[in-house]
Structure formats: structure tokens, C-alpha cells
Design a protein around this ligand. Structure first.
Ligand code: IMP
Length: 187
């Protein structure tokens, strides 16, 4: 291993490599360019998980875009489970009324976080509201969510890397990996 390999002791295996992620994001960006055309989408990234995806996606798009960021956290759950109780830690910086909003999310798991966010953003009267998620974990869905653009559908495993964390670690890994169960199953 070279000195420049990321340290990833908790990773059981790589699920999606960085080349594969990059190639898929280019495809998604092309599709978004075509869909929005002359309209200027406002990309709303959901912190912290979507940071990597958001910055790669917007750089792969060629049409003019605007960006904003929100931070939400769910509380009352466990380290690997969402509770559905969502708190806004950072709100939008400006009005989205009449804008073409594209929510940029890292992963949709139970769908509870996004369900809350959709209701919140719909109430602010955007012209359109669409969802772009890098990962979709449909096995655990508790509420139906219409995902407009998805990068990859993944199995029911806890994943880390490329923005996704476990206890705020692993976000900087360039790939998406499966976390070793012993990391979160410690007594
Ligand atoms: P949901 O509300 O259950 O859909 O969960 C949404 C949020 O939970 C995501 O935005 C992630 O921050 C986090 N999350 C869900 N599954 C995973 C995972 O496998 N790895 C890391 N974070 C996850």
C-alpha cells in the first residue's frame, strides 16, 4: 500500500469504486443539463452527507446553476437508524419561491428525512421540486418517495465514504464502502 492510500480500517469491502462513482455522476449531470435546459436549477445540498456528491455533480453540469445548503439532523434514533424526527440546523440562505429546486441528497434510506424536507420546501412555493440522490436503499423505506434522479440502488447495508459517515468518520474516503458490522455492533 502506498503512503497515499486512504486509511480505512473499518471498511469491510468497497461497494462502489471512485471511477464508477465519477462515471455515473457524469451521466447524471448530462441528464440534468438536458432536463433543465434554459431553466436555472437551484441545487439544495443536504449537509453533511451530500457535500462530496454536490460538489462533483455541480462541476459535471454545464448549464448555469445556483446553490444553497441546508443541514438537517434526525434525533432520537441510533447511530445507524434514523428516527424520523428531523431538526433543521441550517436553513436556506434565500427564498426559493418560483425557483426550480433540486434537492441533492447522499442516500435515501427510510425516506423519513426527505419526507420532512419535501413538505418543508413545498411550503415555500418553488416552481418545481425534484430529488437527486446518489444512493437509494429501498429495502428499508418507510415512506414512499419519488426519486427523480438516482445514482445507484444499493442493498441493505450500512455504507460509508464519499461524504457518508459513521460517527462523523469516513466521509473523506473516495469510494463507497460497507462498514464492518463489528464497528457498530460493539457491546
Ligand atoms: P433516512 O431518513 O432514513 O432516509 O436517512 C437519511 C439520512 O440518514 C441520510 O441522509 C444519511 O445521512 C443517513 N444514512 C442513512 N443510511 C446511511 C448509511 O448507510 N450510511 C451513512 N449514513 C446513512
Amino acid at each position: 500500500m502506498s503512503d497515499h492510500e486512504p486509511r480505512a480500517e473499518g471498511v469491510a469491502r468497497i461497494l462502489i469504486g471512485d471511477d464508477e462513482i465519477r462515471a455515473r455522476i457524469v451521466e447524471m449531470a448530462r441528464e440534468l443539463d438536458d432536463v433543465y435546459g434554459d431553466d436555472v436549477p437551484l441545487l439544495v445540498g443536504v449537509l453533511n452527507g451530500a457535500i462530496t456528491f454536490m460538489t462533483d455533480l455541480m462541476r459535471a453540469m454545464t448549464i448555469p446553476v445556483q446553490v444553497d445548503l441546508m443541514e438537517v439532523s434526525s434525533y432520537g434514533g441510533t447511530a445507524t437508524e434514523t428516527s424520523g424526527l428531523v431538526r433543521i440546523l441550517k436553513d436556506l440562505s434565500s427564498s426559493i419561491e418560483g425557483k426550480d429546486v433540486l434537492i441533492v441528497e447522499d442516500i435515501i434510506d427510510t425516506g423519513l428525512t426527505l419526507n420532512y424536507l419535501l413538505r418543508y420546501l413545498r411550503g415555500k412555493n418553488p416552481r418545481s421540486l425534484r430529488i437527486c440522490a446518489l444512493l437509494d436503499k429501498p429495502a428499508r423505506r418507510l415512506v414512499e418517495i419519488d426519486i427523480d434522479y438516482r445514482g445507484f440502488t444499493i442493498p441493505d447495508q450500512f455504507v460509508i465514504g464519499y461524504g457518508l459517515d459513521y460517527g462523523e468518520f469516513y466521509r473523506n474516503l473516495p469510494f463507497i464502502g460497507v462498514l464492518k458490522p463489528e464497528v457498530y455492533e460493539q457491546p
